[in-house]
Design a protein around this ligand. Structure first.
Ligand code: MTE
Length: 320
């Protein structure tokens, strides 16, 4: 339902929660309760509590001055306590639950249409890359935004490492699957594991960034440690967290939200203030950590870098 009579700044969180989510909230609460009663136990050999992240020496990384912004940074304590990570629940306060995720050992698979499929441990992968800090805007489809100092490396460097064949037109990414740790994954009505996709042209655009850290240190688990995407010209749901697999393919991947609610969420999901979501306006955004609501900008302000990617695609639903 598109709520036209209500001003955007009157939107409560429940109004921008996807319909299927609140329809299923009762089921979800039951699943969460089951998780809590079982306790959250991780698998594999984890970093013991208090162990330093094995890549800690790489932080803080040098700032790339090409990626700065005029807005104030969102304070870390605000960002770290207001997250979307449905594997751990559909509410924003998932930070504590996320700490059950064991991010070492963490193996990343590259397969599909590549010269040779391979797996690599996250620490070896990170050390092959050149880490830098970039300040990026982030615009969630739910009409809130933040500004984050991410650390990581260009996704195009990862694509080069994977050596895709010329037949590969898309890059599909998948999150871990472990319902014992991530109680939200017991909610069977979601198409787990969380999946996202980009065209190869998008994935090799300079702006597409693989995040390993934030605020000058390895990324907190709720931010999508140990490896998360940041594609700031797209709605935030494209920026998949805690990735374990990259598949190069000639077939367009179907992403998590697109699979669940295709009338509301599409493959492209480029930010556009003039194309409302079916149930709310996208004209403005609430800036996290402030009382301000500001106008949303086409491609979230990154049009100079990305608009050309879409110049011959006018018939595609580029903005949902
Ligand atoms: N990735 C996974 N695996 N699971 C999720 O639920 N939520 C997405 C995206 N990546 C999500 C995800 C959405 S809707 C947004 S807005 C951002 O992560 C939120 O990132 P943040 O919690 O760091 O603000």
């Amino acid at each position: 339902m598109l709520v036209k009579s209500i001003r955007p700044w009157d939107l409560s969180e429940s109004m921008v929660t996807p319909e299927h989510v609140f329809i299923n909230r009762r089921q979800f609460l039951a699943a969460s309760a089951a998780t809590a009663s079982l306790g959250l136990i991780g698998g594999g050999t984890a970093l013991a509590a208090g162990d330093a992240d094995p890549t800690l020496d790489l932080y803080p990384a040098k700032k790339n001055e090409a990626y700065t912004i005029k807005r104030d940074l969102t304070p870390e304590r605000v960002n770290a306590n207001y997250n979307n990570f449905y594997e751990f629940g559909s509410q924003k306060g998932v930070a504590a639950a996320c700490q059950a995720l064991e991010t070492r050992p963490w193996e990343v698979t590259f397969d599909g249409e590549v010269e040779t499929a391979f797996k690599i441990g996250i620490d070896e992968l990170i050390r092959k890359m050149s880490l830098e800090e970039r300040l990026y805007r982030h615009r969630c489809v739910e009409a809130w935004s933040m500004t984050v100092p991410w650390t990581g490396f260009a996704l195009k460097d990862l694509v080069a490492l994977a050596k895709p064949l010329s037949s590969a037109k898309y890059l599909e990414m998948k999150t871990f699957m472990n319902p014992d740790v991530a109680g939200g994954q017991r909610a069977t009505w979601y198409p787990w594991p969380y999946t996202e996709g980009l065209t190869i042209e998008e994935a090799t655009n300079d702006l597409a960034f693989m995040v390993t850290g934030a605020y000058g240190k390895p990324a907190a688990k709720q931010f999508g440690a140990p490896l998360r995407l940041a594609v700031p010209w797209k709605y935030g749901f494209k920026s998949i967290k805690s990735i374990v697999k990259f598949t190069f393919t000639s077939k367009r991947p179907k992403s998590f939200w697109e699979d669940l609610a295709p009338a509301e969420y599409g493959f492209w999901a480029n930010v556009n203030p003039e194309v409302p979501h079916r149930r709310w306006s996208q004209a403005t955004e609430k800036v996290l950590g402030t009382n301000h609501r500001v106008p949303t900008v086409l491609y979230n302000g990154y049009g100079d870098q990305v608009a050309d990617l879409y110049k011959d695609m006018k018939s595609e639903p580029l903005f949902m």
